[in-house]
Design a protein around this ligand. Structure first.
Ligand SMILES: [Zn+2]
Length: 487
């Protein structure tokens, strides 16, 4: 359950020219945001509610353009932002070779570097239409594998970056114990990743107060089946509040069945594919996010759909790594839930991830609508979500928020005021209306119409600019130049 923290914009209100409310474009809508950054009231009138909240007097600020919920980025490894484009050499470009490049790069990375890179990334994500990020964090220790004096040093740096950018954060320290299914010890750069349950609990305890004070959230992560002892997963389920009993509580993320070798090794060891083994070993439910699941079978995925776990798809990264295509049409037909993440950050835009997701499926199926079939266009009359772009966004909003336990994704009372304003005069959107609007955002190219971004009732991007982008950009440049010299 999300913690509520008072924000600077207590009792503010805005009047939106066009706002997406329950799947429809509403005109001239007033949104009142409470002192915690949540939507207190929404409708034609706002002054009475605002004064009831003790807000400041004066007219509501008017906001032109098309306003939609911010998209949650459910899967990020922030430090990898600095690697984008560095592992594209000729020759066999397998996942494992990319991983070796990544390991070499991060052997040098300090907490200062991680904070600088994450700050840059989070500003880019905001400008790309994301308003919250799930940080799947496994860079825990110093380069030689020894813990920092403060065991939660890296987590604090990630939080500092999120605060500087103003993005919503769900930080998930990942368990990481072994170097493969054979149980081999962590070696080289992997020593920085070591984290057992006890360590994760210590990290949570050290970070909790700062996260609560910042309105950020903590979750749990298991790096992958190949990186933890099987029994640790069951033990984790026992200690994460409410997880074993199926109650509400923090979310759990895991990389699973990302590429073929991993799936084969899992079958050889456990006699079951990664997803089948996981679902058969612990009670996976709606609090779980299975990241990638590219190699899962139809049977495994229908079971994932049945238990209500979210599949976290990272289309640009999966394409970059050559992972393969997730069988999205079958999963959607089975009632499966999915959201998107930017993972290694070779792309940093919500529209781009969704576009790539749909295009991959179209290319594979040689069909223009393999995911949605004839359901697209048959949506409720007047729906803004009737096209493929709207259908993709609807899942990214709702299921992405479920995956992060983040109470946003809709302009509705009780939800966080995480909103993105699209420029109605942008060439991608000018003259559009109805469902064409969201379809044009997703499918008309990479020139972003995102103009303003609000997170928890505070503007963090105005007129396409973030107020800290120069300062953060300079620090990022210094960091990347230094890493390039030592790497
Ligand atoms: Zn990942």
């Amino acid at each position: 359950m999300q913690t509520r923290t008072p924000s600077a914009s207590a009792g503010r209100c805005w009047r939106f020219e066009r706002l997406l409310v329950e799947g429809h474009w509403e005109s001239d809508v007033c949104v009142v945001v409470d002192g915690w950054g949540y939507i207190e009231a929404i409708g034609e009138e706002c002054a009475p509610e605002r004064s009831a909240q003790g807000g400041s007097a004066g007219p509501c600020e008017r906001v032109a353009g098309w306003t939609v919920p911010g998209v949650p980025d459910l899967h990020s490894h922030a430090f990898q932002r600095a690697l984008a484009g560095l592992a594209e050499g000729r020759g066999p470009r397998s996942f494992w070779r990319w991983r070796d490049t990544m390991y070499g790069f991060l052997a040098q990375m300090t907490p200062d570097d991680v904070e600088a890179i994450a700050s840059q990334l989070y500003i880019e994500l905001l400008k790309g239409g994301f308003t919250a990020v799930g940080e799947f964090h496994y860079l825990h220790h110093a380069p030689d594998g020894s813990p920092y004096d403060d065991v939660a040093e890296m987590g604090r740096r990630v939080l500092a970056a999120a605060r500087r950018a103003g993005i919503g954060l769900v930080h998930m320290p990942a368990l990481y114990q072994v170097g493969g299914f054979d149980g081999r010890s962590l070696a080289g750069s992997q020593r920085r990743f070591r984290l057992d349950l006890e360590g994760a609990l210590r990290m949570h305890a050290a970070l909790e107060a700062d996260f609560v004070a910042s309105g950020a959230e903590l979750g749990w992560a298991i790096h992958s089946l190949r990186a933890v002892h099987p029994e640790a997963i069951g033990e984790m389920v026992e200690i994460v509040p409410g997880l074993a009993e199926g109650r509400d509580g923090p979310v759990v993320h895991i990389h699973v069945a990302e590429e073929e070798r991993e799936a084969e090794e899992c079958r050889a060891l456990h006699g079951a594919g990664p997803v089948e083994w996981l679902l058969g070993s612990v009670p996976v439910d709606r609090r779980w996010c299975l990241v990638h699941a590219t190699q899962a079978s139809a049977q495994e995925l229908s079971e994932v759909a049945r238990v209500g776990a979210v599949v976290g798809l990272c289309p640009a990264t999966e394409a970059n790594l050559g992972d393969g295509l997730f069988p999205l049409p079958d999963f959607v037909r089975a009632g499966g839930r999915f959201g998107v993440g930017t993972d290694s950050h070779v792309a940093r835009s919500a529209a781009e991830e969704l576009r790539m997701l749909d295009y991959g499926q179209r290319l594979a199926a040689r069909s223009r609508s393999p995911v949605w079939g004839d359901t697209v266009g048959r949506a409720v009359k007047g729906s803004a979500l009737a096209g493929a772009g709207g259908a993709l966004l609807a899942r990214a909003w709702e299921d992405g928020c479920r995956a992060l336990g983040w109470l946003a994704g809709r302009a509705a009372r009780g939800r966080r005021a995480d909103l993105v304003v699209l420029d109605a005069e942008h060439p991608a959107l000018v003259g559009r209306d109805g469902p064409q609007l969201l379809d044009s955002w997703v499918f008309s190219g990479s020139d972003s119409p995102v103009r303003d971004v609000m997170v928890g009732g505070s503007w963090v991007v105005r007129d396409g600019r973030h107020r800290r982008e120069e300062e953060v950009g300079r620090r990022y440049a210094t960091t990347v130049r230094r890493l390039a010299r030592v790497g």
